[in-house]
Design a protein around this ligand. Structure first.
Ligand code: ZN
Length: 274
């Protein structure tokens, strides 16, 4: 075979990119936690496990997960597979705007750009400690803004009630653990006025809370849901680990299962903290 000149080989390799370094010299190495826009050493999981003990609304069925195959197959290899069924509204999940907003967005229609955004975490845990039916007020938002500046456009407002510490205790978390009975619930939520303020006076992408509902336990009209979803804004409920999210500076990413036509859905929520 005729020898191909070395210069041609080098030229050909360079042209197809084979000689360029795999890692761009300006980027940290691939195993660095800092590679990419998100510092992986500072990512917090704000999601609860889904299992038989996951808290669902008292009138909803709980998470159903059944093993279908689990072991060595007839072919001699390991094979595991399971099925699940669940209400859209239980565990860490999204309330898509259509949940309480007629003709508003269903789960798959919520743009990704609104599911990623700066977190504005408002800590009302001290007030909730005194009153389990406490509701976020406009005064709470204004006092947060006095310290941290105006809630930024595109923010996901996280209401930290401290209720996450009761997650493993259904009775304490919901105020009642009678299956099928949603009339004796007690936990904090968002007031009508605060919901109106957030959707009309600020340009937020979403609202999240560490309780089972945007509305407080005793609510009968779910007015915070009506106002927030009615403004085509989604809610995140049963958000975990809010005590680890700083008031400002974190970026939230909330990715619901892309259920077409869905009114909600299980959602993996993470926060990248500074
Ligand atoms: Zn819900």
């Amino acid at each position: 075979m005729r020898q191909i000149p070395r210069a041609i080989i080098i030229f050909a390799l360079a042209a197809c990119g084979a000689l360029s370094p795999i890692v761009h010299p300006q980027l940290p190495p691939t195993n660095s936690p800092k590679r990419g826009a998100i510092d992986r050493s500072k990512v917090i999981d704000l999601t609860y496990n889904f299992d038989e003990s996951t808290i669902y609304w008292p009138t909803a069925k709980s998470f159903d997960w059944q093993k279908e195959s689990w072991g060595t197959s007839p072919g001699g290899y390991w094979y595991a597979s399971a099925r699940y069924a669940a209400s859209e509204h239980g565990g860490t999940h999204i309330d898509s705007p259509i949940h309480f907003g007629k003709d508003q967005a269903t789960t798959e229609q919520i743009p990704l750009s609104r599911l990623i955004g700066p977190a504005a975490a408002i800590d009302i845990s001290a007030a909730c400690e005194k009153d389990p039916d406490y509701r976020l007020s406009v005064a709470d938002i204004v006092s947060w803004e006095r310290k941290h500046g105006s809630i930024p456009d595109g923010a996901i407002v996280l209401v930290h009630t401290g209720w996450g510490r009761f997650w493993s205790d259904r009775k304490r978390y919901l105020g009642s653990d009678t299956p099928g009975d949603a009339t004796h619930l007690h936990f904090p939520g968002i007031s009508r006025e605060a919901a109106e303020f957030l959707v009309t006076r600020r340009k937020i992408s979403g609202v999240g809370i560490d309780t089972a509902s945007l509305d407080h336990g005793p609510s009968k009209d779910f007015i915070a849901h009506q106002i927030i979803n009615g403004a085509n804004i989604y809610g995140l409920e049963n958000v975990a680990n809010l005590e680890q999210v700083p008031a400002t500076g974190a970026t939230l990413i909330a990715l619901p299962m892309k259920i077409k036509g869905g009114t909600g859905g299980p959602t993996r929520i993470i926060a990248s903290v500074p």
